[in-house]
Design a protein around this ligand. Structure first.
Ligand SMILES: Nc1ncnc2c1ncn2[C@@H]1O[C@H](COP(=O)(O)OP(=O)(O)OP(=O)(O)O)[C@@H](O)[C@H]1O
Length: 237
């Protein structure tokens, strides 16, 4: 569903933020992407979602090249950034309709889906309010609903659990697991190692732009905790 091959991305001034990264996220995978601050997670994610151009390598979403066929990639995927900057002047319902229009979701399933997700994320009574009046966690929930409306095959999230209360985090984990059970794929970055360890069937650790370990969680961890492994692999400079 997501294939990253030998990705290289440098910034002006010579920072090689992503250095020959290769990853494969298959249908049904919940793939956790972890690393220290500045390791290259967000840069990789922004290359995958088409927000950054990249210097070398290839990225394929559902078999389509992000460089050559960006629209096709966007139609089957969704991205939730670490900071949900939505349109503050729109009401929650106006925003969700705007996103649904972009993905050409017909009126009837659209209304049903908005109701379904708003109910489980406890936003139903706030749909008519402007997003500008929402808390960070509420904006995060709106971004999650907007991302799920078109039933993406691939969902990419940057730090999805920051700002969510424990109940909302639990529901979002359930939504991600449901999506993967139906054959979708999830790729997300996180610093919450306990969540990654429990939720993800695959994990990659990135350090200074390079992948230092990747694969099935059970193969990587064996009897160790993810925290111990992470500290062991990333602490030595
Ligand atoms: N727009 C930019 N211009 C220049 N350098 C950048 C830019 N964005 C990121 N970098 C650099 O690229 C490297 C990787 O940053 P990135 O944001 O991908 O890290 P991260 O793993 O997401 O970190 P965090 O966990 O803190 O969010 C860092 O050295 C950072 O300073």
């Amino acid at each position: 569903m997501l294939q990253i091959k030998n990705l290289v991305k440098s910034f002006p001034g010579g920072v090689r933020a992503v250095d020959n990264v290769s990853l494969h996220v298959a249908p049904g995978d919940i793939y956790g992407f972890i690393g220290h601050n500045g390791a290259g997670k967000t840069t990789t994610i922004k290359c995958v979602t088409g927000l950054y151009d990249f210097d070398e390598g290839e990225i394929y979403v559902d078999g389509k090249s992000v460089k050559e066929d960006p629209m096709a990639c966007k139609m089957v995927s969704a991205y939730i950034p670490d900071n949900p900057d939505l349109y503050d002047h729109l009401t929650c319902m106006q925003y969700l309709n705007f996103i649904a229009d972009i993905y050409r979701i017909p009126k009837e399933p659209r209304a049903e889906k908005i109701k379904y997700y708003a109910d489980i994320l406890e936003l139903s009574s706030r749909l008519g309010e402007p997003i500008g009046a929402f808390s960070h966690g509420m904006k995060q929930k709106v971004a999650i609903i907007a991302a799920l409306l078109h039933e993406p095959k691939l969902l990419v999230l940057d730090e999805p659990f920051v700002g969510l209360d424990p109940k909302a985090a639990h529901i979002v984990k359930q939504l991600l697991a449901d999506m993967c059970q139906k054959g979708g794929a999830v790729f997300f970055s996180s610093h919450v190692l306990e969540v990654v360890e429990k939720l993800c069937n695959k994990i990659a650790i990135i350090k200074k732009g390079k992948i230092i370990v990747s694969g099935l969680t059970e193969d990587i961890l064996k009897d160790e905790s993810l925290e111990d492994l992470f500290l062991e692999l990333t602490d030595n400079e």
